[in-house]
Design a protein around this ligand. Structure first.
Ligand code: NAI
Length: 682
């Protein structure tokens, strides 16, 4: 028999301690097995009748990370899902029904089902070690809490804080959790257990929300609040794309987080959600994220390789280099930032200060992060750097001149990286004595918000350099995507035909508002015309020309509209006007006749992109379909609930997509000819 993940100890004096320490895992999760074992412990505790029960984790990492997400993918029917959810619910009910006081002693994270278990305790004590993070992030997986959390969170915190916690899925830090009553006490690590025991002995009245929050749950008021809540939701996500947040509001409006029925309906609702394609795909997104993370860890050149990166030297303090340097300093690295003069570096230092101010709360840590980033016009940092990142103008000659100067100064074993977005590594490497150590680290703009980094390798790049670059990206807490050097790499290459199709549609006289809406209706976070304006029309054209020349898919008509705007320096958001006029960072849209949208417009945009995904896979830019999907989701925001472009095609039916492409090739032109790679996609 497998050893239980739970250890129950009855102490002298009547208190008991239940410790969760799931074997062979760095973090505790509530798998079916762990829940079955908890049921056995509950039998025992109910008989043993301790005077008080303290529950804590035996892991260093935290309390409980949530349910075991892998098990979600095995659920074959609503009925099966219901059985799983009810089991967790019943256990939490039994915990809540114990006659003795109960306390969850929480350090690090308590997320999802882990927090729900803690919510079933009478009290919660947080360990104040700077790492406390409590949340109900289920909505990010297309579901909602299912172990009684939709009911108990409202009962404990009140309507608005609880709905906010569930609808945003964001985690709360220590002070906020204390202020809301999610934890009853916050204590330093060495005192926390004593504080928890004292709570059990004193057994004060449990926390209740303020009167106003309790009144909001009255039936009449619920009905009044519902429309406003739904309006707010509609601004963020469509119900057919993301049903879970709507289900959370619906449960509360109907049952008011009261009584047995509220729990029963929670279970019924989450069981339905589990089977939706949205939940399946969002679980897939979560797993893709883990897959990319693992590439950085597993492929690390040597154990502890991430620790080897301490000093970074960034050359070029513009949009990208400045923000890359700031991000490196934020992540604990010593950074020197070089540009042609101090006046080019100063704006980057100011932006870095803003970022660090926003992201780091503790004043001493903030000061340390700021001190880690230094201007270095002379480039003295090169000789000491473990990694040198070039982010100067996108000009091959300029890059050649720079690399020729920098390479002889590098210390042995240093990684040399370029952030180029459209030049190949091969073309840059011609001036290098040791081309094996050149990699691409292609960050996306804005650096602090975009999780993906394409890690580019060419034929000459050594496997050790690629492994080190993957590991470096992880050190920066980015998702590394290994990709072969080729024009546009993965993400820009695939976006190019999508943006091109939008430009063709504009030339055909279709309004930008209609084009963007067609893409957003599919689930893209931003339409292609708006995206072109955000990226900059000059940059778009530059990348488009390079990628277009490669693919040989010339547009069927001259693209006069973008040319005109570039000639007039209307380059998009950065100049205040592109295809849209921009005010306060937002495109000004005109009212248009929504009914006039051509029936094939959405297909034209999305299938242009999907067809190119098949092409890059066939060409071997990345090694597997999952990496294409991950790249497009994390690098371009491709509708996460669709699971990625190739997963979407598969779910829709590859044969059907090919037929639709063939149709478009007839009506719109040969650019839609299905890529030969479809033949391998089954
Ligand atoms: P930028 O024009 O904002 O900044 C370039 C900086 O490099 C300027 O501050 C310039 O003074 C400096 N510089 C030029 N020559 C130099 C030299 N020899 N020594 C030191 N500093 C020098 O350019 P941006 O947009 O930051 O692009 C930089 C690189 O990143 C390019 O290769 C670009 O393709 C790539 N990239 C750009 C993205 C974007 O969205 N802007 C996205 C991903 C990559």
């Amino acid at each position: 028999m497998q050893a239980s993940a739970w250890t129950y100890t009855r102490e002298e004096g009547g208190l008991a301690v239940l410790v969760l320490d799931v074997p062979e895992r760095s973090a505790n999760t509530l798998s079916s097995l762990v829940l079955t074992q908890l049921a056995e412990q509950m039998d025992r505790i109910e008989q043993d009748r301790p005077a008080g029960l303290l529950i804590r984790s035996g892991k260093r990492s935290g309390f409980i990370a949530g349910a075991d997400i892998k098990e979600f993918t095995t659920l074959g029917s609503e009925r099966e899902a219901l059985v799983m959810v009810r089991r967790g619910q019943v256990l939490c009910d039994r915990l809540a029904a114990l006659p003795c006081p109960t306390v969850a002693l929480i350090h690090g994270f308590a997320l999802g089902g882990g927090l729900e278990l803690a919510l079933a305790c009478r009290y919660r004590v947080g360990v104040d070690d700077g790492r406390l993070a409590l949340g109900l992030p289920e909505v990010q997986l297309g579901i909602h809490p299912g172990f009684g959390g939709t009911v108990r969170s409202v009962q404990l915190l009140g309507v608005r804080p609880a709905l906010d916690l569930m609808l945003t899925g964001k985690t709360l830090r220590a002070e906020r959790a204390l202020a809301l009553g999610l934890i009853d006490r916050l204590a330093p690590p060495q005192e926390a257990e004593t504080v928890a025991r004292a709570l059990l002995r004193a057994a004060p009245a449990p926390h209740r929300p303020v009167l106003l929050e309790r009144m909001l749950s009255l039936p009449g008021i619920r009905g009044l609040l519902a429309p406003a809540l739904l309006r707010q939701l509609a601004k963020r996500a469509r119900k057919d794309h993301y049903p879970a947040p709507y289900a959370i509001v619906d449960l509360w409006v109907r049952y008011g987080a009261r009584g047995r029925i509220a729990y029963e309906q929670e279970a019924a609702s989450i069981s339905r959600l589990f089977l939706t394609s949205t939940a399946r795909n969002l679980v897939r997104v979560f797993q893709l994220q883990d897959k990319l993370k693992a590439l950085g860890a597993r492929d690390a050149a040597a154990p502890g390789a991430q620790e080897a990166f301490r000093r970074v030297h960034v050359i070029g303090a513009g949009v990208m280099g400045g923000d890359i340097a700031a991000w490196c300093a934020l992540r604990g690295l010593e950074v020197t930032l070089q540009d042609r003069g101090l006046e080019q570096i100063e704006p980057a230092l100011r932006r870095a200060a803003e970022l660090i101010e926003k992201r780091i709360r503790v004043p001493a840590e903030r000061a340390a992060a700021l001190a880690r980033l230094r201007a270095d016009v002379e480039g003295r940092g090169v000789a000491d750097a473990d990694v040198v990142i070039e982010a100067i103008f996108e000009d091959l000659q300029a890059k050649h001149a720079l690399f020729a100067k920098v390479e002889p100064q590098l210390k042995a074993g240093a990684l040399l990286a370029t952030n180029t977005s459209s030049l190949t590594l091969e073309s840059i490497a011609t001036v290098l004595a040791v081309p094996e150590r050149l990699v691409g680290l292609h960050f996306f703009n804005p650096v602090a918000q975009m999780p993906l980094v394409e890690v580019i390798h060419a034929g000459q790049t050594s496997p050790a350099a690629t492994a080190a670059a993957l590991s470096f990206a992880r050190k920066l807490d980015r998702l590394p995507l290994p990709c072969r050097s080729a024009p546009g790499f993965l993400v820009n290459r695939v976006l190019a035909p999508y943006l091109l199709e939008a430009l063709i549609a504009l030339e055909q006289g279709i309004a930008p508002e209609l084009i963007d809406q067609a893409a957003q209706d599919f689930g893209m976070p931003m339409g292609p015309v708006e995206l072109a304006d955000v990226v900059g029309l000059d940059v778009c054209k530059h990348v488009g020309d390079i990628v277009g020349a490669l693919s040989g898919r010339a547009p069927p008509l001259p693209l006069t509209r973008i040319e005109e705007r570039i000639a007039q320096r209307k380059l998009g958001r950065k100049t205040g006007e592109g295809f849209y006029v921009w005010k306060d960072g937002k495109p000004q849209r005109h009212s248009v006749d929504w009914a006039s949208v051509p029936g094939d417009l959405q297909d034209r945009l999305i299938l242009a992109l999907v067809n190119e995904c098949v092409a890059v896979l066939r060409e071997g830019l990345v090694t597997e379909a999952d990496l294409v999907d991950a790249g497009l989701i994390f690098g371009a925001g491709f509708a996460p609930f669709r699971g990625g472009p190739l997963a979407w095609a598969q779910q829709t039916g590859n044969a059907l997509i090919v037929a639709r492409l063939q149709g478009l090739a007839q009506t719109q032109g040969a650019r839609f000819t299905p890529d030969p790679g479809w033949a391998q996609r089954g």
